[in-house]
Design a protein around this ligand. Sequence first.
Ligand code: AMP
Ligand code: FE
Ligand code: FE
Ligand code: ZN
Length: 284
Amino acid sequence: MPHRPIDLHTHSSVSDGTETPAELVAAAVSADLAVVALTDHDSTAGWAEATRAVAGTGLTLVPGMEMSTRLGMNSVHMLAYLFDPEDAALVAETARLRDSRLHRAERIVERIAADYDVSWADVLAQSTPGATLGRPHIADALVAAGLAPDRSAAFAGILHWRSGYYEPHEAPSPIDAIRLIRAAGGVPVIAHPATRGRDTNISARSFEQLVEAGLLGVEVRHRENTEAGAERLLELAARHDLITTGSSDYHGTGKPNRLGENSTDPEQLARIVDAATGWRPVEG
Ligand code: AMP
Ligand code: FE
Ligand code: FE
Ligand code: ZN
């Protein structure tokens, strides 16, 4: 019998998922997951609610985060597991990231509002107070205004980086993020690093630098990784003895990704738990 899925990448309404942390936990129980990691963008604000919600469910929670970083023109996402959520340097950096995202989103909306009937208030109406704001919330406002049929269409159109409305937000380098996560006792795993074929996203040279900086794992099985890219990731992981994971990147109704559609092997999760010194999994 196959293992019940271990899904190490999900989002709640603390960032750009559509369900509260408690609703996400309930969905993970319904999907019969053994383990779920809550990995909201640049925020640990959902940890407490998710921790309360798993009590008595039999589901194990791995508290985490997906940190936004940038390498040149590329947005690179760094998953972080089981770090100390009160680590001062990490708290300061994620606060800076959320603030930069907020002002960047306001500027994007200002430009869109010059051409379309949508306002900043419409975007705020699509998010919970304090949530890490991003293009998904702007997408929801565009959908609510009838300017796009769904998030994906909004991303393919008005929110596309070539649309003329786009701008990036500030972000640390992946190397700095890895160092911050390790210093907080966490386990950095690079998220969906092979979405553009075999040799793009991250060069072999950059990859080596990330490993030298303390990268511990790679998300191999993710619906946006290409098959050839996932093969290359397995080679790199074998060469550097990295942890390999598989995950859904669930966003509730915000994306088609379904809980448990990819899973992480129990031995790989054990390596994450063993490497972490900042926090422990929460057994529900
Ligand atoms: P941002 O970080 O604000 O630039 O927005 C990127 C976020 O939007 C990522 O976290 C993705 O989860 C989400 N996203 C990217 N493309 C799409 C899409 N086609 N449909 C829905 N969400 C998307
Ligand atoms: Fe997201
Ligand atoms: Fe991501
Ligand atoms: Zn994600």
